[in-house]
Design a protein around this ligand. Structure first.
Ligand code: GLC
Length: 564
């Protein structure tokens, strides 16, 4: 296994609208990030990924870009961003931007020109088709609901394709000029000293367009677009070209938002792969049905969770390198997803942190996860900003859910659960902003859950995360945690998850009890060194019969020494 600095790194994801507001307009900004670099340094992370900050009408939280070269003024300007790069660099922190090249905003100059003049070259930058029998070219459903085809205003029987919202027209990657524009843009940013990119929705760039009416899979008469646009044959040629013309030249780090089928993983993340790593969705999306209709919760179990983690870890290590995450800006808070309400506390939060941070791969911590931030209980639908939330609510109603059921689904799964302002301290608006009104409500539990309070408590989740990060980055266990083989332990007791990480004769073992009851486990006696756990007193090594307390998690090792 080739050693690489980014395999030994821990990444922190920033949702800029909600991280820190320096000019008190109720919205986070780049200067806010600069002001909080010390916090990040102290946490111990060494890469940040910032969600899109380019010029955008913000129909989809900035994933609808109208100018790839300019920072949106709500976040500051290009000079602020360069200052951030420089100051982060001085602290040993690399910066990744979000790369959104499956689509642009409909307010991008290219799209505006394409609409204005059907004979302009920009027409072929996007995907236009004539309708069929007076209707859209086919009955694909966009990922955010409703038809994926939008009629072109002022033109008869003409539509453009959008896999996401209608304000996000898909780019036509078949057109080499489009690809050249994209490569130039990427290199423009890499040239400035960017560490690399998180790459958005990249599996969608190749389309297999078929006209007509397909069997609907929902009450709306439409069908899941993914069958025709996800990971289609031929995509590999463009991904290879993309890598060779950009990332590879700068030795950049890339992490793709791409649920790649196991048999194709090597092409993506192997030694000659298109990307440094891809995210593992197998356990974060465990509660969502395949069609993405999250208002219909899947009835997942922890058995499935363990199975998915084990399989994904094994397949990934056979093929290359993975990216780990429990939360991001598209997910609700992990603690609410995995743990019943009555058991949400610091112990169960630390249990999740241990489970996740010791896996093989580069961990991505999402802002506020290190504090144990939770979902927010919004009161009305209008409180939600996220476009996908409104769509899922309406689809739920269409599917026959009552208003109450639809709203409760939204409360559980809305992407806004993780987009609420960062909870810095217990002052006004959680120390995020002095504005009268923040762009999205602050979670009222900020007086209890906030960075200021946790910083001063040695037993807080924040300090626990710091220890886990230090174990990975700077301890006698570093090599085994980063490069060790992942070995699942199939226990007789199915109420626990146990795995080992092994490098030569160095071994660590991670044991997790995900239930609210004490669980007996049998452990190899070689594991006689207690590294860290979420109970102040663990009996795991001392006792004859080993048992784990409710939600207990421990890391044990077969060797010791000074921690560093
Ligand atoms: C990705 C982003 C998500 C966005 C979508 C469309 O899934 O993570 O936030 O809505 O792409 O760009």
């Amino acid at each position: 296994m080739k050693k690489q600095w980014w395999k030994e790194s821990v990444v922190y994801q920033i949702y800029p609208k909600s991280f820190m507001d320096s000019d008190n307009d109720g919205m986070g900004d780049i200067r806010g990030i600069i002001n909080k670099l010390d916090y990040l340094k102290e946490l111990g992370i060494n890469i940040i990924w910032i969600c899109p900050i380019y010029k955008s009408p913000m129909d989809d939280g900035g994933y609808d870009i109208s100018d790839y070269y300019t920072i949106d003024e709500m976040f500051g300007d290009n000079a602020d961003f360069e200052e951030l790069l420089e100051k982060a660099q001085a602290l040993g922190i690399k910066v990744l931007m979000d790369l959104v090249v499956n689509h642009t905003s409909d307010e991008h100059d290219w799209f505006e020109k394409a609409l204005k003049d059907p004979s302009s070259k920009y027409r072929d930058y996007y995907i236009f088709r004539e309708g069929v029998a007076g209707q859209a070219p086919n009955n694909w459903r966009s990922y955010f609901g409703d038809s994926a085809w939008e009629p072109v205003p002022g033109e008869e029987n003409m539509y453009y394709l959008h896999a996401f919202t209608k304000k996000q027209p898909d780019l036509n990657w078949e057109n080499q000029e489009v690809r050249e524009e994209i490569y130039n843009m990427i290199n423009y940013w890499l040239e400035k000293g960017l560490g690399g990119f998180r790459i958005d929705a990249i599996l969608n760039i190749k389309k297999r367009i078929e006209m007509g009416h397909f069997t609907p899979d929902g009450e709306d008469g439409l069908t899941f677009i993914g069958h025709w646009i996800l990971n289609q044959p031929g995509i590999e040629t463009w991904l290879k070209e993309l890598n060779e013309r950009t990332f590879k030249l700068y030795n950049s780090v890339t992490v793709a938002e791409a649920a790649v089928p196991n048999e194709r993983l090597k092409e993506y993340i192997g030694p000659e792969g298109f990307f440094s790593m891809v995210f593992d969705f197998s356990y974060t999306d465990i509660d969502v049905p395949e069609t993405g209709e999250w208002f219909k919760s899947s009835n997942w179990t922890w058995d499935q969770m363990r199975e998915n983690i084990f399989i994904n870890q094994l397949v990934t290590q056979d093929n290359g390198w993975g990216a780990l995450y429990l939360e991001n800006h598209d997910q609700p808070r992990s603690i609410n997803k995995y743990i019943p309400e009555k058991d949400i506390n610091d112990t169960s939060k630390k249990m999740l942190a241990t489970l996740f941070m010791m896996l093989r791969g580069t961990p991505f911590i999402y802002q506020g996860q290190e504090l144990g931030m939770t979902n927010i209980k919004m009161e009305t639908l209008e409180d939600y900003d996220d476009i996908a939330t409104h769509d899922q609510y309406h689809r739920a109603i269409l599917a026959g859910f009552t208003d109450e059921e639809a709203f409760s689904a939204v409360n559980r799964r809305s992407r806004d659960n993780s987009r609420t302002p960062m909870q810095w301290d217990d002052s006004k608006n959680s120390g995020f902003s002095l504005a009268e009104k923040t762009w999205l409500k602050v979670n009222p539990n900020y007086t209890e859950i906030n960075a200021g309070k946790e910083k001063n408590n040695p037993l807080s989740l924040l300090n626990y995360y710091k220890q886990l990060i230090e174990l990975r980055k700077d301890s006698i266990y570093k090599d085994v945690i980063v490069y060790g083989r992942f070995v699942p332990i199939k226990e007789a007791n199915t109420n626990v998850i146990i795995y080992e990480r092994i490098l030569d004769n160095k071994r660590i073992l991670v044991a997790i009890n995900f239930t609210d009851e004490k669980q007996a486990v049998s452990l190899d006696p070689d594991y006689n060194k207690f590294v860290i756990g979420n109970y102040t007193q663990s009996n795991i090594i001392m006792e004859e019969i080993h048992y784990l307390q409710p939600y207990e998690s421990v890391i044990l090792a077969n060797y010791e020494g000074e921690l560093k």
